[in-house]
Design a protein around this ligand. Structure first.
Ligand SMILES: Nc1ncnc2c1ncn2[C@@H]1O[C@H](COP(=O)(O)OP(=O)(O)O)[C@@H](O)[C@H]1O
Ligand SMILES: [Mg+2]
Length: 235
């Protein structure tokens, strides 16, 4: 069942989810939140997941980010059965291959922006000499080069969101999972983030999944998959 995915025209999907389900339940009750979700995303693709609040979008993103275990189903990342990895293997995979932008923009509040971006690089074993220019470049790319030494808890909502995007990308992940990454941004900054994502997938090695409520942002993705009551359409 978990044999490696055959290559399709020389390429394997970066994300391959087959029949994912997630049930939450307490005291014997079972609430199905994801129902048989299947999704393939190839390198170079940008996919939007849209849908009403509570339909299961964040739950799907958490599963794809290896932050939550599905109740059942298969998930392969670049052909590897990542659900079969132990905790350390999954943590390593998150660190090396995945970039996550959370809805809550969870920054280290008492650290400055530089430290927030440097942390994942230290964790990934990037040398000090390489860390500095990568953090600076990531911050300049989201037009926040002037905020490098600002403490995180002094940033505005929009600035926090842009820092969260820069932090997800500083590791050059293969897969970027972004939960409403433009929810707190004006039009110009929203499109700047999408330009950035577009440029990254343009290299042909990376895939982006964006959860969004904004039809303008969804339209910038190659594919739109509406989620409705735990069912993912348009895949
Ligand atoms: N840890 C949890 N325990 C129980 N129910 C949960 C949990 N996390 C999410 N849910 C429920 O799953 C449904 C989908 O949530 P979510 O994936 O956050 O939706 P969306 O991101 O589309 O708004 C909601 O009804 C939510 O209440
Ligand atoms: Mg959500």
């Amino acid at each position: 069942m978990n044999s490696p995915t055959p290559k399709v025209s020389g390429r394997i999907p970066l994300i391959e989810a087959v029949g994912l389900t997630k049930h939450f339940g307490a005291d014997g009750s079972v609430i199905p939140v994801l129902r048989d979700v299947s999704l393939k995303v190839y390198p170079g693709e940008m996919v939007a997941v849209t849908g009403p609040s509570g339909s299961g979008k964040s739950t799907l993103l958490y599963i794809l980010g290896l932050l939550l275990k599905p109740t059942s189903g298969i998930y392969r990342l670049g052909g590897d059965d990542v659900l079969g990895l132990d905790r350390t293997g999954q943590a390593d995979c998150r660190r090396r291959r995945l970039g996550f932008v959370f809805q809550s923009c969870d920054l280290m509040e008492n650290s400055n922006v530089f430290e927030n971006l440097e942390f994942p690089l230290i964790y990934a074993g990037v040398s000090r000499a390489e860390r500095q220019p990568r953090v600076v470049a990531a911050m300049e790319r989201v037009n926040l080069g002037h905020r490098l030494y600002h403490q995180a808890n002094l940033l505005s909502g929009g600035e926090r969101q842009r820092v969260a995007v820069a932090r997800a990308l500083v590791n050059r992940p293969q897969v970027i999972l972004a939960d409403e990454p433009t929810g707190q941004l004006d039009r110009q900054n929203s499109h700047m983030i999408m330009d950035h994502f577009e440029e990254i997938v343009g290299n042909g090695d990376t895939a982006v999944v964006v959860v969004t409520h904004d039809p303008d942002i969804a339209r910038r993705c190659g594919r739109i998959c509406p989620m409705e009551d735990g069912v993912l359409h348009g895949v």
